[in-house]
Design a protein around this ligand. Structure first.
Ligand SMILES: NC(=O)c1ccc[n+]([C@@H]2O[C@H](COP(=O)([O-])OP(=O)(O)OC[C@H]3O[C@@H](n4cnc5c(N)ncnc54)[C@H](OP(=O)(O)O)[C@@H]3O)[C@@H](O)[C@H]2O)c1
Length: 206
């Protein structure tokens, strides 16, 4: 399943939000061409645009779905209230929010439980702490200790922790090196004890 997003622009390398329906349609067409496909498996609204009525952005994705250009609709960087309002208009397949050992907001605010109850896939982005933040994993004594105990790496422990939190959780670690991908994949075979999961739960947020 290929998943991608629309709803941001990159003027001179900056990230800006644009949830205008015309822009969403154009972005989707560009992705279809770039991916050389006629239907994208999961198309996610990258962020809610405060300048555009959320229902108009969502309606653009619903039309893309009706026209067979995308199979499933997902949302990214959303609050529980935004998700609930979207659910009254469309079937939402996934929520992609920032979530990792140092950013447990969506565990605390009920978003992850809500997604589970509504059978929505929860996709934690920056799951090992982010492009720069991931280095912190290798400085955290608890992570170093667990990595030694399980003969794993701190990154693998961090991903295994997320995977243990629910069948509906699908972390998407980024990587520029093949070695990082190979290492991260092994998190799917790492069984953490309940005690160690609880210790990781207690690790303070940033
Ligand atoms: N929806 C959104 O608004 C949003 C925002 C940000 C990111 N994302 C998405 O989230 C995904 C990943 O997020 P991210 O790149 O920000 O953060 P991340 O996955 O937490 O961190 C990526 C960094 O961690 C390193 N890494 C990952 N796994 C590793 C391993 N097993 N061992 C050693 N190093 C490892 C990588 O190193 P190397 O580069 O050395 O391999 C990479 O630099 C991407 O698909 C991105 O598109 C979405």
């Amino acid at each position: 399943m290929v998943a991608t997003k629309g709803g941001l622009r990159r003027p001179n390398g900056a990230w800006t939000v644009d949830g205008d329906p015309d822009w969403l349609r154009a972005s989707c067409e560009r992705s279809l061409q770039a991916l050389r496909t006629d239907c994208i498996g999961l198309y996610q609204l990258h962020a809610v645009d405060p300048k555009v009525d959320f229902r108009r952005s969502l309606d653009a994705l619903i039309k893309l779905q009706e026209n067979g250009k995308i199979r499933h609709i997902g949302l990214s960087n959303v609050s529980a209230a935004q998700l609930e309002s979207a659910l009254s208009l469309a079937l939402i397949a996934s929520v992609q929010n920032r979530c990792n050992l140092f950013d447990k907001r969506d565990f605390h605010n009920g978003m992850i439980d809500f997604c589970q109850a509504r059978q929505i896939t929860y996709i934690p982005y920056s799951p090992v702490g982010g492009h720069n933040g991931h280095a912190r994993l290798s400085r955290e004594p608890l992570l170093l200790q667990l990595a030694a105990n399980y003969e794993a790496t701190p990154h693998r422990i961090a991903l295994a922790w997320l995977l243990h939190k629910g069948q509906h959780i699908l972390p998407i670690p980024g990587a520029s090196k093949a070695a990082s991908i190979r290492d991260s994949l092994q998190a799917t075979n790492l069984a953490l004890s309940a005690e160690d999961i609880a210790a990781l739960d207690r690790l303070p947020d940033r």
